[in-house]
Design a protein around this ligand. Sequence first.
Ligand SMILES: Cc1ncc(COP(=O)(O)O)c(C=O)c1O
Length: 354
Amino acid sequence: MVEAVSNALRNERLVLGESVFKFEEAFARYIGTKHAVSVSSGTAALSLALIALDVRDGEVLTSPFSFIATANAVVQAGGFPKFSDVSEKDYNMDPKKIKGNLTKRTKALLPVHLFGYPADMDKLMAISESQGLKVVEDAAQAHGAVYRGRKTGSFGDVGCFSFYSTKNMTVGGDGGMVTTDDEDIARLVSKLRDCGRTSRYVHDVVGFTARLNTANAAFGLVQLRHLDEWNERRRAIAALYSKLLEGEPQVISPLQGDKKVLPVFHLYAIRCQRRDELAEYLSSKGIECGIHYPVPIHLQPVYREMYGYAPGAYPISESLSSSLLSLPMFPALSDDEVKRVSEHLLDFYRRSSR
Ligand SMILES: Cc1ncc(COP(=O)(O)O)c(C=O)c1O
């Protein structure tokens, strides 16, 4: 990766150099879309996609249980973020709850493939088709995840990816990608990320400076070649955790996938009793866990203030916020380390039941 970056810095333009276009081509081929347009972050991917789909003054229905950027992008595109609660099984938007949250102003659905587990795209696409809604997939945590033989990010009008450093693949800094089969959307997003240019000093839309740097694209090209192998390792780690934790009734492990769904375990989040005490106990043993997400988006101060949301609006998301714990998960984690984490975790519950 360092060599690829160094070569790009020596031989290419710093901005919109050859590696950018090579990375876009390789990423589109990998996801299975006709086009991929690189941008400066996952948030930029979402907001430029929503601007290109013209959701201005309309509502975009999304998950309240995601990273805040999902909803922020809607606001940045001039739309209103509306929420629909998630399913207790896969933590993604629950198709059964969507119809009750649609209004005449709804323009698009914005499902999130949370923690690398694909949302129920058959049902979501059927709803969007019957209601005439656009679909933007937030695949920021789901590079390489598969649903019915197709990669996430290839179902909706647009797919959006983040390459932030904690993601399943990165570009050695911030970055993002928009995937689409629609040539007009691809062209518009390319223009929006590049100051709205049609040529060097001619601009026909109000654009942004939201390009991916050449050096980052060169880094991403190398990462992409490792992605499948890293995702495979994440699945093996997840399977081992689930096997080791199976007998503990106070822990619910995440879904492992089936014939229809191949998840990529961006995170391995267990639903557990006494979550905060467990996290503290593991931390005292030198095991750092994460909490995704301690506050659902609708209860973030800015969203309460802007839209008047209050506790109780999306009960499943609120309950997940206080019961999910993300265990260590990265491809370089060894089986012995997974066993150590699991043993300490089981010990915590054993001690407290004595
Ligand atoms: C679900 C989700 N959506 C959007 C984003 C935003 O991506 P970025 O941080 O690259 O702007 C992230 C990650 O940070 C994310 O996890």
